[in-house]
Design a protein around this ligand. Structure first.
Ligand code: SAM
Length: 243
């Protein structure tokens, strides 16, 4: 290889995501599927400088390049993967997928951004529509540029062939009470987050092989949310403080 060819590349995270997703289960499978998924991107020194964001005001969305740091770095990659979008059964090539298990565990998400804040936690960006685990290391931020990045005529490949199904989400009386206690002033936006995350049906594609199992749990913020599939809707049965 040429003398300036980098056999290895070392990148240093510029920031860290604080998101409501404390475990992988339940995280939307793409950015923007759950607009209520709000997050903060805390900038790390020496990148925590306002001037590095000067000119970003007029943009509504950002690209984030980040590391799938949980499990994926250690697990390595396989040339073929089974995307949930195909029911977790059919295999496709890793480069035809958005699988986190790839040769370089780098993710790419277009998210809405709502401004910069400087407080005791340092400099941070307010984001929404994220598909990122709490603690995700971010490698780079770029503005989303509609004329170059929005491609309305693009073919969706295998992802376009399946119909989107969103579950209607209802809350039991007990869950309603627990929700009122967990997010009394609605500041967490917990109701919308639960509705959107469960509405996307985060169960693995192979769940229909286990028709007897009907109660599921995931963690959002510091709450364990349990729900059941009941007919044509999902029913939240409890929202309790996580241990
Ligand atoms: N939009 C990105 C992309 O296309 O590169 C991510 C798509 S990937 C299919 C989304 C999934 O990655 C989430 O549902 C979650 O399971 C997983 N994920 C998110 N953040 C992660 C992290 N920091 N480490 C490992 N897995 C993560």
């Amino acid at each position: 290889s040429p003398p300036d060819w980098p056999g290895e590349v070392h990148f240093r995270p510029i920031g860290r995501v604080c998101s409501p997703f404390r475990e992988k289960f339940g995280i939307p499978r793409q950015a923007r599927l759950a607009p209520a998924a709000r997050a903060r991107l805390e900038m790390l020194p020496p990148y925590d400088r306002e001037e590095a964001f000067s000119g970003l005001e007029g943009f509504s969305h950002l690209w984030l390049l980040f590391v799938f740091h949980q499990d994926c770095l250690a697990a390595g990659w396989q040339p073929m993967v089974r995307p949930p979008r195909l029911g977790g059964r059919a295999k496709i090539g890793v480069f035809a997928s958005r699988s986190p298990y790839r040769p370089n565990a780098i993710g790419l998400s277009a998210v809405a951004w709502h401004g910069l804040t400087r407080d005791q936690a340092g400099l941070s960006l307010s984001l929404s529509g994220v598909d990122l685990l709490d603690g995700t290391p971010v490698l780079d931020i770029k503005p989303y540029v509609p004329y170059a990045d929005a491609l309305p005529d693009a073919s969706p490949g295998f992802t376009g062939k399946l119909e989107d199904r969103r579950w209607a989400v209802q809350f039991s009386d007990e869950a309603e009470q627990q929700l009122a206690g967990a997010d009394p002033d609605g500041r967490l936006g917990l109701r919308a987050l639960i509705e959107q995350v469960i509405g996307l049906d985060p169960r693995p594609g192979y769940m229909d092989r286990y028709p007897r199992r009907d109660t599921f749990a995931l963690q959002l913020h510091n709450y364990d949310v349990q729900w059941q599939i009941a007919g044509n809707h999902a029913r939240v049965i409890s929202i309790t403080g996580a241990a």
